[in-house]
Design a protein around this ligand. Structure first.
Ligand SMILES: [Ca+2]
Ligand SMILES: [Ca+2]
Ligand SMILES: [Ca+2]
Ligand SMILES: [Ca+2]
Length: 706
C-alpha cells in the first residue's frame, strides 16, 4: 500500500453544490500510517540524548517499532508509551496522536537538518525532521509571553518552542557583553516546507531589545522565510528577544528552533566550488567580523555537500555551509572583468569562484569553443531547500565573440531555483563570452557564486513517487520512477532497489530509450516478517565515452514527498529518504489481473479482468482501480508506454463494494514497438478526504509489436 491523495474532488464538489447533503467522509480504511505534523523539541545537541515528542495529524502513532534516520551519528529508541492501546485487526486503529522517542546524537554527528521517518506495525510515517546542533537545547517554559516574563537562556543555546496560537509572542532573555558578535537564527518555515499536511505555514520574525527594552535589531526573512540576524551589544546587560509570526498568526503545530550564539557564524563560504579531498583555504564571510582564512580538507565525493568547518584553534564546528565538490579545473575570478575587452579566460571544461562584489558589477568570462561544440553553463549560488543561500539572484548570458549579441540568456532554472543554467552549441569557432550579473543589479560580499562550464555530457537523474512503500504479507505496492534525460542522453536506464527488507522483492526495470517513466512493483512474501528500513533506488546506464570506451553512470534517486495543498491539491517537494516496510495485514490482500502478460498490435484494444481480494474487515467498502497515479485529473505517474492509453469509458474502475472490475487499454495505430514494459493495476482505498492508499497487482509485462 502507499499513500496518495484520493479522489477528494468528488467530495469537495458535492459539498459545494449548496444541497443540504451531509456527507460522511470516506473513513473506511483500517490500514493507515502516521502523517507527522511536527516534533517538539525540534533540535538535539551533539553528544546528548534528547527526548522528542512526535505528533501526527492523520493516521495513528499506535504500535511504533523503529525510527529510521538518514546519515551517520544519530540513532533513536521509542519510549514505551504508558497505557498503549491494544489494536484489533477487525477494528479501526485507535487514535494515538503523540509519541515520545529518544534521539542519541554522537559527539561528531554532522550538524544540520536530518530527515527521519517513524515505522509502525501499520506503516511508515511521512517525513519528520530533526535539527542537529552543537549548543545546549532548551525548551520553552510556556509562560514567556510578555517582555517582562522573558525566559532567561544561556549563550550559546538553541531554544525550542511553539507559536501555538494566534497572537502568541515568545520572549527570551540572554546575557550579553559589549562588543560581542551575537547571531540569531530560526529554523521553522524551512522545516514546514516539507511537512505532508500543514496547510498554513509560519512566517517567523525576530526582534531584539536592549536592556532598557528599546528595539535594537529585527529580522523577518534572512534564510528564505526564516529570520537570521547578527548584532553587537552596545553595553553589557540582559538583552531580550521576541519571536512571533509576521502576521501574528499561530498554530499548535508551529514548532521552531531558535539559535542564539556568540560563535562565528558563516553567512557565506568562499570559494564555493572546490576540488575533492584537498586542503582548501577558505575565506568565509562571517557575520559581523573580518574575513578569516581557514584551511579545511574538502569532502571526497563530487557533488553538492553540506558541511561544517572547524575554525582553527576552536573545539567547535560552524553552522553547516554548502560546498560544490568538482573535479573540473578551477580558477578564481579576477576583477576588472566588467566589459568584453576585460573578459577573464575560463578553461572549458572549468569552473570559476567569484562574487558580484558591488552594485551593477558585471563579470565577463571568455570561453574558447569549436564549431559544433555544445556546452552547459550553470551557476551555484542560491537554491531553495539547500544551504546555497548566496544573496545573488543570478542572470547568466552567453554573447557572441564581439560581445554585441546575447545568444542565450537565463534567469531562473525554475520558480524554486534562482540559479541560472544554459546550454549552447557553437555555430562557428570563436571565443564566446559569458556574462554574469545580479538580476536586480545588487551586489556585495555575500553575493558569492560558483560558475561551472562543462562539455554537455549525456546524463540523467531519477525521482521516486511516492517516497514510502508499506506492504502487508502477500501484498504489493507500486513506485513510479521519473527519469530526467540530460544533454541528449537517450539510452536505456536499469533501475534497482538496494536494502529491501527481508521477504520483499521487486521486478527488474529497464526504462527504454523512448520513455521517461518506469514502474517498480514491491512484493512481500506471504510469510514476510514485519520489518523495514531505508532503501536506495539506483539507476545505471552505459554511455559511449569520448575515447570510445564505454562508461557506466550510476545515479541515486531522490524522493518526491507528497504535500497537501489548500483545497485538497497534491504538491510535491524534494526529500532524500525512501523507505520500505512490511506491515501487518492490510485492507486489500491481493489484486489479481488476467491476463498476466500482454502482446498487442498497433490499433488493438485489450480488457484486463481485475479481482480484488479484501481483508474481511474491509468487505463492502469503497475501492477504485487505475493504472496511473492521478489526483484531481493530473497524472503524477504513468508506466504506460508511448501510444498506449487507458480507455476510461470502457473500463469499470469504481468498484464500490464489489470485488471485480476491468481496465481497457488501447494501442494507437501509430504506437511504436516496445518489449516487456512493466505496468500494473492499482486498487485504491480512501483513508480520508484527500489521501488514499494504493495496492498493486503483480507487474504485467506489456509488448507492442507490429
Ligand atoms: Ca510559545
Ligand atoms: Ca519571516
Ligand atoms: Ca565580480
Ligand atoms: Ca566584474
Amino acid at each position: 500500500m502507499q499513500p496518495w491523495h484520493a479522489t477528494g474532488a468528488r467530495w469537495l464538489a458535492l459539498s459545494c453544490t449548496g444541497l443540504f447533503v451531509v456527507l460522511s467522509p470516506p473513513l473506511a480504511a483500517q490500514t493507515s500510517f502516521p502523517m507527522l505534523s511536527h516534533a517538539h523539541p525540534t533540535a538535539a545537541a551533539r553528544g546528548t540524548s534528547q527526548e522528542v515528542t512526535l505528533y501526527c495529524n492523520g493516521g495513528s502513532l499506535v504500535d511504533p517499532l523503529a525510527v529510521l534516520i538518514e546519515g551517520a551519528g544519530v540513532t533513536a529508541e521509542i519510549v514505551p508509551p504508558k497505557d498503549a492501546p491494544k489494536t484489533d485487526p477487525n477494528a479501526p486503529l485507535p487514535n494515538v496522536r503523540q509519541l515520545t522517542v529518544r534521539f542519541q546524537v554522537a559527539p561528531d554527528a554532522p550538524l544540520g537538518v536530518r530527515e527521519f521517518r517513524l515505522r509502525t506495525a501499520h506503516g511508515v510515517s511521512t517525513l519528520g525532521q530533526l535539527l542537529i546542533v552543537d549548543a545546549p537545547v532548551i525548551t520553552e517554559s510556556g509562560n514567556n509571553t510578555a517582555l517582562d516574563k522573558a525566559q532567561t537562556v544561556p549563550v550559546p543555546a538553541v531554544v525550542c518552542g511553539r507559536i501555538d496560537r494566534a497572537e502568541n509572542v515568545d520572549y527570551y532573555a540572554f546575557p550579553a557583553r559589549a562588543g560581542q558578535t551575537l547571531t540569531i537564527e530560526v529554523h521553522a518555515a524551512r522545516l514546514q516546507d516539507k511537512i505532508h499536511d500543514l496547510q498554513k505555514h509560519i512566517d517567523p520574525l525576530v526582534v531584539v531589545y536592549d536592556p532598557s527594552g528599546r528595539e535594537l535589531a529585527a529580522s523577518d526573512d534572512g534564510r528564505f522565510a526564516d529570520p537570521l540576524l547578527t548584532f553587537t551589544p552596545p553595553a553589557d546587560g540582559l538583552y531580550r528577544l521576541a519571536i512571533r509570526d509576521a502576521k501574528y498568526d499561530g498554530d499548535s503545530r508551529w514548532s521552531y528552533a531558535l539559535t542564539i550564539t556568540d560563535r562565528p557564524y558563516v553567512t557565506q563560504i568562499f570559494p564555493l566550488g572546490v576540488p575533492p579531498n584537498t586542503a582548501v583555504t577558505f575565506e568565509p564571510v562571517l557575520a559581523g567580523k573580518d574575513r578569516p582564512r581557514w584551511t579545511v580538507t574538502t569532502p571526497a565525493r563530487p557533488g553538492l555537500h553540506t558541511v561544517s568547518l572547524r575554525p582553527p584553534g576552536t573545539p567547535y564546528d560552524t553552522n553547516p555551509v554548502p560546498l560544490v565538490v568538482t573535479t573540473l579545473p578551477l580558477v578564481l575570478e579576477q576583477e576588472p572583468n566588467d566589459a568584453p575587452a576585460q573578459a577573464q579566460p575560463l578553461p572549458v571544461p572549468g569552473g570559476v569562484n567569484g562574487r558580484i562584489g558591488q552594485r551593477r558589477d558585471l563579470d565577463y568570462f571568455r570561453i574558447p569553443l569549436k564549431k559544433g561544440q555544445t556546452i552547459t553553463a550553470e551557476v551555484f549560488a542560491r537554491r531553495f531547500g539547500t544551504e546555497l543561500t548566496s544573496r545573488l539572484d543570478a542572470q547568466l548570458e552567453l554573447l557572441s565573440p564581439d560581445g554585441k549579441n546575447v545568444l542565450v540568456s537565463n534567469d531562473d532554472q525554475s520558480s524554486a531555483m534562482k540559479d541560472s543554467a544554459l546550454s549552447f552549441t557553437a555555430p562557428a569557432d570563436g571565443d564566446y563570452l559569458l556574462r554574469l550579473r545580479d538580476l536586480n543589479n545588487k551586489g556585495g560580499e555575500e553575493f558569492v557564486y560558483f560558475l561551472q562550464v562543462d562539455l554537455a555530457r549525456p546524463d540523467f537523474a531519477l525521482k521516486v513517487d511516492p517516497p514510502i512503500a508499506m506492504i502487508g504479507p502477500g501484498a504489493r505496492t507500486a513506485w513510479y520512477v521519473h527519469l530526467t534525460r540530460r544533454n541528449g542522453f537517450n539510452g536505456p536506464v536499469t533501475v534497482t532497489v538496494e536494502g529491501l527488507p527481508s521477504g520483499v522483492t521487486v521486478n527488474p526495470l529497464t526504462i527504454p530509450p523512448n520513455m521517461t517513466q518506469g514502474l517498480l512493483v514491491l512484493s512481500a512474501a506471504d510469510k514476510a516478517p514485519v520489518g523495514g528500513g531505508i532503501v536506495r533506488v539506483v539507476g545505471s546506464a552505459t554511455l559511449a565515452a569520448a575515447d570510445g570506451k564505454p562508461e557506466t553512470l550510476h545515479r541515486e534517486a531522490t524522493a518526491y514527498e507528497e504535500i497537501y495543498l489548500p483545497g485538497g491539491g497534491r504538491g510535491r517537494c524534494d526529500a532524500r529518504m525512501l523507505a520500505v516496510a512490511v506491515t501487518q495485514t492490510t485492507d486489500i490482500l491481493r489484486v489479481e489481473v488476467q491476463p498476466p502478460r500482454l502482446v498487442l498490435k498497433p490499433g488493438q484494444e485489450v480488457t484486463l479482468e481485475v479481482v480484488v481480494q479484501r481483508a474481511p474487515r474491509y468487505a463492502g467498502k469503497p475501492v477504485t482501480l487505475d493504472v496511473m497515479l492521478r489526483h484531481l485529473g493530473a497524472v503524477y505517474g504513468s508506466p504506460l508506454p508511448p501510444g498506449v492509453t487507458l480507455v476510461e469509458g470502457k473500463s469499470k474502475t469504481l468498484l464500490g463494494a464489489g470485488d471485480r472490475g476491468t481496465i481497457t487499454l488501447r494501442v494507437a495505430p501509430d504506437a511504436p514497438e516496445c518489449t516487456d514494459v512493466p505496468v500494473s493495476v492499482l486498487a485504491f482505498v480512501p483513508i480520508n478526504f484527500v489521501v488514499k492508499i494504493g495496492y498493486s497487482s503483480a507487474p504485467i509485462l506489456l509488448t507492442v509489436q507490429k
